[in-house]
Structure formats: C-alpha cells, structure tokens
Design a binder for this molecule. Structure first.
Ligand SMILES: Nc1ncnc2c1ncn2[C@@H]1O[C@H](COP(=O)(O)OP(=O)(O)OP(=O)(O)O)[C@@H](O)[C@H]1O
Ligand SMILES: [Mg+2]
Length: 260
C-alpha cells in the first residue's frame, strides 16, 4: 500500500482572489483571459469547470499550478501565496506533454526522480501505472501510445506524487465513452481515498455534474465565472437519476442552450 507514505495530510484549501490574467496575442491586442475571478475552494472539494473554448479554463489551472502568474490578484493554497510550481500541486494538462525519450514507467516516475525519492517509491510507479490500466505498456514510448493512453500516463504521473491539489485539464477528453466512465469512477475513488482538492476542467456537462461538488460555469471575453452551481446529490451518484437531469437542465440554461 502506498497510503500515507508521502501523505501531505488533508490540506489543499485554495483561495483565488480577484485574479486577472491578460495575454498579448499575435496581433498585439490584449486578450482578457481572466477578469476579476474569485473563488474559495475548501480542502478536499471537487470543483468541475466548464465553459466555451477560450473562456480561460486552462489559464485558471495554470495559475493555480503556479506555471503562470496573474497580472492582478493573488492565489493561495493553505494560506500560502502561489508563486511557482510545486509537486504538491499535481497537474495533467490538456495536451499531455510526455518526455518522448522516456518510456511510460520513467515518464510516471519523473516527479519522484526529481525529488530524489524514486528508489523507495518505485513500487508506487507500478501501482499508478496499473491503476490507469497501462501495465502492459509500461515499457512503451510515447510515440507508441494513443492519445487516450498518453492522457492516462499524464494522470498517473500527477498522482504518483500524492498531491494535495490535483489539477486536471480535460483529462479524459481523448477516451472512448466506456473507458471515460470507468476513469471517472477511478478518479472519484482516488479523490475519496486521498481527500485531495480536485479542479477538473471538462467540456462534458454530464461529467461536470457526475463529478463536481460544485460546477463553475465560465463565460468568455473576458473570462469570468458566470455561475457556480452546487450539485446536491450524494456520492456515489447514479447517472440516470431524475435529479441528475434537473441539474443538466439548469446547466444547459446557464450555458444558453434550451432543450424545451
Ligand atoms: N500564452 C498565451 N498567449 C496569448 N494568448 C493566450 C495564451 N494562453 C491563452 N491565451 C488566450 O487566452 C484565452 C483563454 O485561453 P485558455 O487556453 O485558458 O482557454 P480554455 O477555456 O482552456 O479553452 P479550450 O476549451 O479551447 O481549451 C484565449 O483567448 C487564448 O487565446
Ligand atoms: Mg483549455
């Protein structure tokens, strides 16, 4: 068992305070990727984030990861200002960037290796590769993997560090529907066991409702939070409950799609 060996405890409270992020695009015009974003995320909460392309979902995750810094406002984790990346905030980004010269096993091991603790945690690498169903491919190289497999490697690579906050940017987007549903359940199981805070970006309304304690609906130009909806259905949830469909209607209305 890998439980508690590297455990960072039940932490991961995230504060996003008045955060703005502006980029300059190729035509030298300002893009307001995020404008005055505020959110208090409880430790262990699962937030799903949905919204049209370009509304700033990935930017938000990159800011929480510390890979980008805001132009205005601040981000905190457990009261500490986020100023750069840290292994306690694991992420798997939209286009998984695996090291092409490393096989699956060594890609997953990257963080442990960088921290100098790979030797004592080598079994964890095997466990997480097994968890994402890639044991038969542990010696394969990235060019030999499908898009969905690469996403699963990125997920295992983030999880193996036992982060207190896990940031997943459309992590299941390249998976077929059945694998996707079973991976959703795996992610819920891991989240439940580890009590980590989870920020999960998706384009899939059902996925947002199935996973989220709260769903953040964003709008674009400028990127803002349009609505935050608490999903008051106990977990584990049933995908075909009436209440599920009621939330779906609320979400579609908020996204400006009518199904009447
Ligand atoms: N490094 C960058 N330089 C310039 N503009 C950027 C940069 N990163 C993001 N943007 C712009 O910021 C806005 C938000 O981008 P972001 O990638 O966060 O959107 P998103 O919601 O993740 O979209 P998608 O659903 O397509 O992944 C977009 O208009 C994008 O073009
Ligand atoms: Mg994105």
């Amino acid at each position: 068992m890998v439980e508690a060996k590297q455990a960072s405890g039940v932490h991961g409270e995230i504060s996003i305070r008045n955060v703005s992020k502006t980029f300059i695009d190729a035509k030298n015009t300002e893009v307001k990727a995020l404008q005055n974003i505020n959110l208090e995320i409880k430790a262990g909460e699962l937030i799903t984030i949905i919204g049209p392309s370009g509304c700033g979902k990935s930017t938000l995750l990159r800011l929480v990861s510390g890979l980008e810094n805001p132009n205005g406002g601040e981000l905190y984790i457990d009261g500490e200002r986020i100023t750069g990346p840290h292994f306690t905030r694991g992420f798997a980004f939209q286009n998984p960037t695996l090291f092409p010269w490393k096989d699956v096993w060594h890609n997953v091991a990257t963080g442990l290796e960088a921290r100098g603790i790979l030797k004592e945690h080598a079994a964890d690498v095997d466990e997480y590769i097994e968890l994402v169903g890639l044991t038969p491919f542990k010696n394969a190289f990235p060019h030999q993997l499908s898009g969905g497999m690469a996403q699963r490697v990125a997920l295992a690579r983030a999880l193996v560090n036992h982060p207190k906050a896990l940031l997943l940017d459309e992590p299941l987007g390249a998976l077929d529907a059945l694998t996707r549903m079973s991976m959703q359940d795996e992610i819920l199981r891991i989240w439940n066991e580890r009590k980590m805070t989870l920020l999960f970006v998706t384009h899939d309304i059902d996925e947002a409702i199935y996973l989220g304690d709260r769903v953040v609906i964003m709008s674009a130009n400028p990127g803002q939070f349009q609505r935050i909806i608490a999903i008051d259905i106990p977990k584990p949830r049933r995908r075909n409950d009436d209440i599920f469909f009621r939330y779906k209607k609320i979400m579609l209305d908020a996204l400006g799609v009518s199904i009447d």
